[in-house]
Design a protein around this ligand. Sequence first.
Ligand code: DLL
Length: 438
Amino acid sequence: MSGEFYDASVEKMGRDELMALQSRRLVSQVHRIYENAPFYREKWDAAGVHPDDIRSIEDITKLPFVRKEELREAQERYGQFGRLATAPRETWAELHPSTGTTGRQVGTLWTKGDVERITDFTARLLWMQGVRSHHVIQNGFSLGLWVAGIAVHYAAQRLGAFTIPIGAISAEKQIEMFQEWRSDVFFATPSFGVYIAKRMADKGLSGKDIPLSLGSFGGEPGAEVEATRRLLEEGLGITALDIYGLAEIGPTMAAECGAKSGLHWTEDHHYVEIVDPTTGEPVPEGKQGVLVITHLTREGTPMIRYWTNDIARLDTATCACGRTHARSPGGILGRVDDLIIVKGTNFYPAQVEEVVRGTPGLADEFRLRIKDTGAGFVDCTLVVEVEAQGEATDILTRLRRAVKERIGVTLPVETVPVGTLERTEFKARRVIREKSSA
Ligand code: DLL
């Protein structure tokens, strides 16, 4: 932990050496799991694959995917971790259920060893982003069962920084704490960051009035949506970087470095694949597809080929920062469930976010209201708030043109008074799906 690198021997490891490490870890992981977790044993037996068939990381494609619905079903049927936990009870340390809004929450187990490794690789990511021991860290990620808040807390402690585990409480309190405690680094969802910047502007405060220099934003797309990044950087007077995770995998297993060249993976702990959403076959490097992640070192509830439903690309070229682990340029582009198809044109909400936040005169929030019109067709209306007085017609004309240029389709636009669309301390829900009245 010195200079630019937290652990140069891992972060700059040659790709051949990295693959050899991944192979060793995968082979031992699949044997351990097969012996201890009936969930996997039955699943792999049914697929006709045995741990002895896995000799290197390239053999991973022989194993079937794991989807969230299967985890939910197994946990509903068998309780607790659904015969997936592979570690003895005395090693258990923490329970972290997922944040699903429907159905049973999926429980994830971290053993004491997992907590140690999660702390270590998250500290490595934070160090990469520029966090140091002399910083004051204001952690505005929700704390408690949600995975990101606690992982960032542990990592900040590991780096020896003074930490304010404030959680996702009100924007007013966050601003007050920035000023009183001279916070240097802030963690939050991008939606919350943008909202705080707006509240500051309403109070006549700018980035110059608070000491923050760095913000790490995750939990949803935003930090790598350039118009949103601008709002965060200009509004809070910071460098804004992306951080990614999900409950079943790692709390926080990929992040952007100062070169802003995409999410850097922690490939010594997580094997990352990008596959075709329909066939499940690997796509060529650089092409977008579904992100599939395998735990190489997780003991508690290990995921082998977990189908995240998130869409990303992969680039294995060494980053300008010198790190060799693969990156996902542009971050997470969207979720399979959030893909919108209008008149044969596909787009994700983050692309609309870029346009709305890049159109002067509009407030930062928007919604996409989607109505099913039958036979697989949908109507999609863009709902925005116009801030500038008296120029609404011009602004909306510019908006329509920019939407058409960016996503290739014209969307009907509706306006609502400024402040109508709810702002959040957590993750924004910008897609509203309405049932057809027909
Ligand atoms: O959101 C954990 C997390 C939050 C990690 C913040 C790091 C920072 P879940 O609640 O399980 O976990 O939600 C996971 O959120 O599959 C993505 O769709 C989305 N997501 C999380 N981070 C990003 C990001 C946490 N940086 C789901 N960019 C994931 C885009 C993100 N989407």
